[in-house]
Design a binder for this molecule. Structure first.
Ligand code: ROI
Length: 167
């Protein structure tokens, strides 16, 4: 056994976003890759949502979704695996908060609180983004984040245009 892989499965939630190069196809391709992640057991994915961009003006709308699976990967191994998927879909890191072909964000890993140079879990903006909270609540309506029920977080979240585009 390597040091990085633990015996316990942790339930994790991943935010998926794209606003370049056929975003629906980008998100669906990412979902297929997440379903095959090593040392992990797939659970489910939300509907796809179209959302108004947060960040610099002039970007196209995003397609967003949230996936859930259980994993034995350690948090930084999971991050490495997600970055490989981003790179496989021609993710180029340019301006902060600029347009992207694929963004995979670790939102939650069990109830873990992590703060390292590479990772902050729960994701630091999780409570500020309805394109994350709404699909997350769709697949995990009973979830609490740092003790706060997700329904309460949605009520407090800034409102941005958000439209479900698939079931
Ligand atoms: N805006 C929306 N609507 N959806 C995203 O996934 C998204 N991702 C980002 C930034 C650029 C902050 N804006 C976004 O990383």
């Amino acid at each position: 056994m390597t040091l990085e892989i633990s015996n316990s499965l942790q339930t994790c939630y991943i935010g998926i976003g794209s606003n370049l190069a056929n975003p629906v196809a980008q998100v669906n391709a990412a979902i297929e890759k997440l379903q095959q992640l090593k040392n992990s057991r797939w659970r489910y994915v939300s509907a796809l949502y179209r959302s108004a961009p947060v960040g610099p003006a002039g970007q196209d709308d995003y397609i967003n979704a949230v996936a859930c699976f259980e994993t034995r990967l350690a948090p930084e191994q999971l991050l490495d695996a997600l970055q490989q998927i981003e790179n496989s879909q021609q993710r180029v890191r340019r301006e902060r908060w600029g347009a992207r072909t694929l963004d995979l964000d670790i939102l939650l890993i069990g109830e873990q609180l992590i703060d390292t140079s590479r990772l902050t879990i729960p994701h630091p903006y999780i409570t500020q983004r309805n394109f994350v909270l709404v699909p997350l609540a769709e697949i995990a309506p009973e979830l609490t984040i740092k003790g706060v029920p997700i329904g309460n977080l949605i009520k407090l979240c800034p409102v941005g245009a958000l439209e479900k585009i698939s079931i």
